[in-house]
Design a protein around this ligand. Structure first.
Ligand code: NAD
Length: 369
């Protein structure tokens, strides 16, 4: 019995590795705080990393930091091709960089991480999408059609500056799927191998903030309240994912994205409701918490309806994976190890799940065998 007289709830043994990192959050913070944060790190020769498209925005942010900026690297590509990572390391050496400043989405953060992995340079990250990579120690690199990922604390940004104002320019077509990608981090944090009560807490609040924020952000892109809530949720999502690890959903998206060069966030948006529908019978309590955070009875259907409300694609066949490649896709995904999923995953189960995602069928909890 507890001191209040109620029986204590049974709690099984769990491990929680708290990750280091300093977070600055708020509108205008990127402009107001960047110099102080770079100086705090002792940075004198910063290499700025941004896509060609975002280079102007990054340039504006560092316009008054001439004394600290050594150069800019703009060869960012999705999924960090190995040759891009090599050229990034070369740029860091050429400029004598002592720190990396990434300004952009997950692809940009990923490029900074690939450079940090080889050089050990500290990263200051200013994310401009909702991918969440900036608070994880996970890096990824692609060679040929094969993406390799790993964990290393050296790639975890030392400082993250979350400035919702920087996400106002994200078009609705990127905003919706990017937030759904973050919701996927939260959903899997409930049952991934490292899940624990703390990651579940982060994930539940993350889903709540993302679901309410992204509706507003898509409806009224300039409304800072929507952008704040969505970016706050993205931070929580990345944090939950960083500790809990990835499960069935992330493994499927990773395999399909690498094999068929599918758009990352859209693939997550489409696949997630079907994974939830499949896992539903094995995780009733977690599903109830996910549904409550979304404000719906049925989490699988709720996630699919949210995706369509945001105008996101609903079928993999509409983003580059047609039914004619279903057999091949099943074989590609089946190479992954799903032994830690809460429900056993047979090849037949994968086929049913992928068939539903490829054709955009309704996600119905428990309907997938
Ligand atoms: P992205 O970084 O490729 O950005 C998508 C598009 O949005 C790009 O064209 C970019 O230039 C544009 N963009 C970015 N910010 C913008 C802004 N504020 N306004 C207008 N346009 C903007 O896509 P993403 O979804 O952010 O990241 C996907 C990548 O991140 C994938 O490679 C994925 O594997 C990786 N990722 C890694 C982790 C991790 O923990 N390592 C977590 C999540 C995602």
């Amino acid at each position: 019995m507890t001191a209040s007289g109620s029986p204590a709830a049974a709690m099984s043994v769990f491990r929680y590795d708290a990750l280091p990192g300093r977070i600055i959050f708020g509108n205008g913070s990127s402009r107001a705080e960047l110099r102080a944060e770079l100086e705090r790190l002792g940075a004198r020769r910063v290499l700025v990393i941004a896509t060609g498209q975002e280079a102007g925005r990054a340039g504006e942010l560092v316009a008054d930091l001439d004394d600290l900026v050594a150069g800019t690297f703009t060869e960012v590509r999705p999924h960090v091709p190995i040759d891009v990572a090599g050229r990034g390391c070369e740029a860091a050496r050429r400029h004598g960089a002592d720190a990396l400043l990434s300004v952009g989405g997950g692809s940009t953060t990923g490029t900074a991480k690939a450079i940090a992995l080889e050089t050990g340079l500290p990263i200051v990250a200013i994310p401009t999408t909702y991918a969440g990579s900036e608070v994880t120690p996970v890096w990824g690199r692609t060679e040929g059609a094969r993406k390799t990922t790993g964990r290393d604390l050296v790639v975890l940004p030392r400082v993250v500056i979350y400035d919702p104002e920087l996400t106002v320019s994200l078009p609705a077509a990127v905003t919706g799927p990017s937030a759904m990608n973050a919701i996927a981090h939260c959903v899997e944090a409930f049952y991934a191998p490292g899940a624990n009560p703390i990651t579940s807490l982060l994930a539940a609040e993350g889903i709540r903030a993302l679901a309410s924020g992204v509706r507003l952000a898509v409806r009224e892109p300039d409304n800072l309240e929507g952008r704040e809530q969505t970016l706050y949720g993205a931070w929580l999502a990345g944090s939950a994912f960083a500790s809990a690890g990835s499960g069935l959903h992330h493994k499927i998206c990773h395999a399909l994205g690498g094999a068929y060069d599918l758009p990352h966030a859209e693939t997550h948006t489409i696949v997630l409701p079907h994974v939830v529908a499949f896992n539903a019978p094995a995780i009733p309590a977690e599903l109830a918490r996910i549904g409550a955070a979304l404000g719906v009875e049925d989490a699988a259907r709720g996630l699919q309806e949210l995706g369509s409300e945001l105008g996101a694609p609903a079928a993999l066949r509409d983003v580059g994976l047609g039914p004619e490649r279903l057999d091949d896709a099943v074989a590609v995904v089946a190479e992954k190890d799903f032994s830690d999923n809460p429900r056993p995953v047979s090849e037949g189960a994968l086929r049913g799940l992928l068939d539903a995602a490829v054709n955009g069928r309704a996600a119905i909890a428990g309907s997938l065998r």
